[in-house]
Design a protein around this ligand. Structure first.
Ligand code: NAD
Length: 378
């Protein structure tokens, strides 16, 4: 089976989909791996590093797409490349399907089997392929590093001959994968950390990392069967804002990571909260690319409101591109490996498998994903 690995076309993307150790793994499975020249350049991998583990350098992008049985990428494919791929080709990448209806429709029409890695179920078995987790984990780390860099204070407590310096206070809103890593990173840097999430189950996890859980009584909240947060009512959002205001006002750094699966991020830090914050403090809006948790945040900008810096940098994992590529590549390799028929040396797209059911969006001319269809038809 021929696996083509395409170079990213998004100008500012420094991550790469596949690094040589994963190519080695796929070649050993019996796959023919063709990479686009310059694939690993932004992470300092030369074409020769890929050739050394058995990859072939493709002659042209068109030819690679026309002949591939499987196409691997990081970001969604450019629209104009859909019709280049052959019918039955399996395309594996991020797809952002809820915001890319036309792209999904075109992929269905072209007979492509499109896998959206964002839709992998959050199960123990799928953990090794879970790109959302591996990237969110790094995003959480970067959010603290960026926050520390933007703040004009130090994070740890220091006892010095010139007096004692108090630790900075960090407040983290949303304690999924990114939030947990943000707590751990801020704690490692010596900050005093508080956190809040609408899912009460995370309280124990917050405490186990040495942070304080801010309790706000919102009534019934809960989570979906996949562990995602449920959307709050407008009254609950109001209560949450009131409950968080004090923690925000006391914080030097506020990091927001709140997301709702398949929907825009909830707007939870508004102008009234920002107005109560101390000048010089910093807000990192990790949800800026999905609508933003913070009023006034802008993608790839640092906006100042009454002396409070609102940082809306997108693609935080891309700021540690080497590590982010290493884990993304490992996730892709594990996905292909999991469904690889070692006898026939082919990828077995098992339609009845729970993982495939979760993340396969289009197949044989149709949009086949039940979750996608139910959310899009609402
Ligand atoms: P996410 O990115 O969807 O959301 C981030 C966090 O924001 C979540 O913790 C969510 O509860 C929170 N949130 C939503 N609305 C909020 C609000 N108004 N205020 C405050 N917080 C709000 O979450 P994620 O990191 O993808 O994790 C989702 C779930 O999946 C978690 O339960 C996580 O533990 C679980 N998970 C399981 C596996 C696995 O078992 N394989 C892997 C990864 C994650």
């Amino acid at each position: 089976m021929k696996i083509a690995v395409m170079k990213e076309t998004h100008q500012e993307e420094m991550r790469v989909p596949l690094i040589p150790p994963t190519v080695d793994k796929l070649v050993k499975l019996g796959a023919e791996v063709v990479i686009e020249s310059g694939l690993g350049q932004t992470c300092r991998f030369e074409d020769g590093d890929y050739e050394n583990v058995g990859a072939v350098i493709g002659t042209s992008r068109e030819e690679m797409l026309q002949t591939a049985d499987i196409v691997l990428r990081l970001r969604k494919p450019p629209m104009e490349e859909i019709t280049l791929m052959k019918k039955g080709c399996i395309h594996i990448s991020y797809l952002d399907p809820f915001n890319e209806k036309e792209l999904v429709d075109r992929m269905a029409e072209a007979g492509i089997s499109a896998v959206s890695l964002e839709m992998l179920p959050r199960t123990t078995l799928a953990q090794k392929m879970d790109v959302l987790s591996s990237q969110a984990n790094l995003g959480g780390y970067v959010s603290v590093i960026v926050g520390a860099e933007q703040l004009d204070k130090v994070l740890p407590m220091m006892t010095t001959p010139a007096g004692t310096i108090k630790p900075a206070r960090v407040f983290i809103i949303g304690v999924g994968v990114a939030g947990l890593q943000a707590i751990a990173t801020a704690r490692r840097l010596g900050a005093r950390v508080e956190a809040f999430d609408t899912r009460p189950v995370v309280e124990e996890q917050v405490k186990s990392l040495g942070a304080k859980f801010v309790k706000i009584d919102l009534g019934e909240t809960g989570q979906t069967k996949d562990g995602y947060a449920k959307e709050l009512t407008p009254e609950q959002v109001q209560k949450q804002k009131e409950g968080m205001a004090k923690a925000c006002a006391q914080a030097d750094i506020v990091i927001t990571t709140a997301q709702l699966f398949g929907r825009p991020a909830p707007r939870i830090v508004d102008r009234a909260i920002i107005d109560q914050m101390q000048p010089g403090s910093v807000i990192i809006d990790m949800a800026v690319e999905t609508g933003g948790n913070v009023e006034g945040s802008e993608v790839d900008k640092i906006v100042e409101v009454n002396g409070v810096k609102i940082v809306g940098l997108g693609n935080l994992p891309g700021r540690v591109a080497q590590t982010a590529s290493q884990v993304y590549s490992a996730n892709l390799g594990n996905f292909v490996d999991h469904f690889w028929d070692k006898e026939a040396k082919t990828f077995n797209l098992k339609l009845e498998d729970e993982i495939i059911k979760g993340c396969l969006i289009t197949h044989q001319g149709d949009v086949v994903n039940e979750m996608y269809k139910s959310i899009m038809n609402k």
